[in-house]
Design a protein around this ligand. Structure first.
Ligand SMILES: Nc1nc2c(ncn2[C@@H]2O[C@H](COP(=O)(O)OP(=O)(O)OP(=O)(O)O)[C@@H](O)[C@H]2O)c(=O)[nH]1
Ligand SMILES: [Mg+2]
Length: 373
């Protein structure tokens, strides 16, 4: 059975504290220091399901857009394996020689850039060093930085919502625990802030907590969540949700799916079924198959993407958890091997920590500015 969940708009007369809370949140978004102190909002456990309510039109956003660039990429990625190994290397003011290239090679491999991309980058630098293109090690660093940006530039393609697709359907896939549901919650906030009407589909029917987790994000952002509950057929949830989104004329539908290992044939086939069922209502749906990849995964991310791509034709990537201990280098390996657009980077757990992927900002955050830096 279809259920609709949505949050009531704060009514100043009935719930002054709700208005105060919204105002506080808005003020906090303008103040970096306050934002930095704000608690993480990602739900970890099942939240109580809200009261079912009849479907109503979505309201315009009540919260302002998250402040861009706060905190910055560099601040969030400082702890990455990539930043640490290169920070150490260049702080030592190395000489321009083959040893430096060997050290760069080791640093790239250690940071999960992978053998193929590392070899390509290092050999490129070696050729140019032999041709005496670099005056010093600093010039070589500048070249490495430019090469890394060039590797990512072709895949730094933001997600464009095609207005002629109504709704524009985003199917979210990925292995267990990579951040799919959290990313959907962040996207919901983003789309709401852009003034788009949207719906979410609770297609992870493996666990009751998964449905509740998505409902909590929907609640928080005033977005309707279509759910059938635990053990329902996820393809049927997707079908119902697309039907509801079509009849309501919403702009964007984002469907969650259960995490699954790329090696589980049956579960991978289930994704194909979800895809086919969506296609029955709209032959062009899903318009985006967004695969979420955990940035801490390392080279295994390549085989994950290979399998998901074969099963469901991935059109865009989100790399999450690049804050913290992620090495970050797998982003280069993914870009080189697949050329699939990287839409967003997750650099924290709060809604504003989902950033449109920016090749230059990413590389700048990973590498020190200059020698001795
Ligand atoms: N630090 C950090 N944590 C993140 C990020 N994205 C997601 N997480 C955390 O990762 C954990 C798992 O996130 P979920 O969204 O539940 O992952 P999922 O892919 O939906 O998991 P399953 O549905 O169980 O497969 C949560 O604790 C999130 O808060 C990120 O960019 N940075
Ligand atoms: Mg989930």
């Amino acid at each position: 059975m279809l259920k609709f969940f949505r949050r009531k708009k704060p009514d100043p007369a009935a719930a002054p504290e709700a208005v105060a809370e919204a105002t506080d949140t808005a003020a906090a978004a303008d103040t970096a220091s306050v934002v930095a102190e704000a608690p993480a909002v990602a739900p970890e456990v099942a939240a109580p399901a809200p009261e079912p309510a009849p479907p109503v039109e979505l309201e315009p956003p009540t919260l302002p857009a998250a402040a861009p660039g706060k905190p910055g990429w560099r601040e969030r990625l400082r702890g990455s394996g990539f930043a640490r190994s290169f920070g150490g290397l260049f702080a030592r003011n190395p000489k321009l020689d083959d040893d430096l290239l060997d050290e760069i090679e080791t640093a790239l491999l250690t940071a999960d850039v992978g053998v193929a991309a590392t070899t390509q980058l290092v050999e490129q630098l070696r050729r140019r060093m032999k041709a005496r293109e670099f005056a010093d090690a600093n010039a070589l660093l500048a070249a490495l930085r430019a090469d890394l940006v060039a590797l990512l530039q072709p895949v730094a393609q933001p997600l464009a919502i095609d207005a002629s697709a109504r709704p524009f359907v985003i199917l979210t896939v990925g292995v267990n625990g990579v951040g799919k549901t959290t990313t959907i919650g962040k996207l919901a906030r983003r789309f709401r802030d852009e003034g788009r009407s949207l719906m979410l589909a609770a297609g992870d029917t493996f666990r009751a907590a998964a449905v509740a987790q998505l409902q909590a994000w929907g609640e928080r952002n005033g977005v309707a969540v279509i759910a059938q509950g635990q053990d329902a057929d996820p393809a049927s949830v997707a079908f119902d949700a697309l039907q509801a989104a079509k009849s309501r004329g919403v702009e964007v539908l984002v469907a969650d799916t259960a995490g699954r290992l790329h090696t589980q044939q049956g579960l991978m086939a289930e994704l194909g079924k979800i895809r086919r069922v969506l296609g029955k209502l709209d032959p062009s749906a899903p318009h985006e198959v967004l695969m979420v990849i955990d940035g801490t995964t390392g080279q295994n991310a390549l085989s994950q993407l290979r399998q998901f791509h074969a099963a469901v034709n991935v059109t865009g990537l989100v790399v999450t958890k690049l804050d913290g201990t992620a090495k970050g280098g797998v982003v280069f390996a993914l870009a080189r091997e697949f050329g699939i657009p990287i839409r967003f980077a997750g650099i924290g757990e709060r809604p504003e920590d989902l950033r449109v992927f920016d090749a230059q900002a990413f590389v700048d955050a990973l590498l020190p500015e200059a020698l001795g830096g």
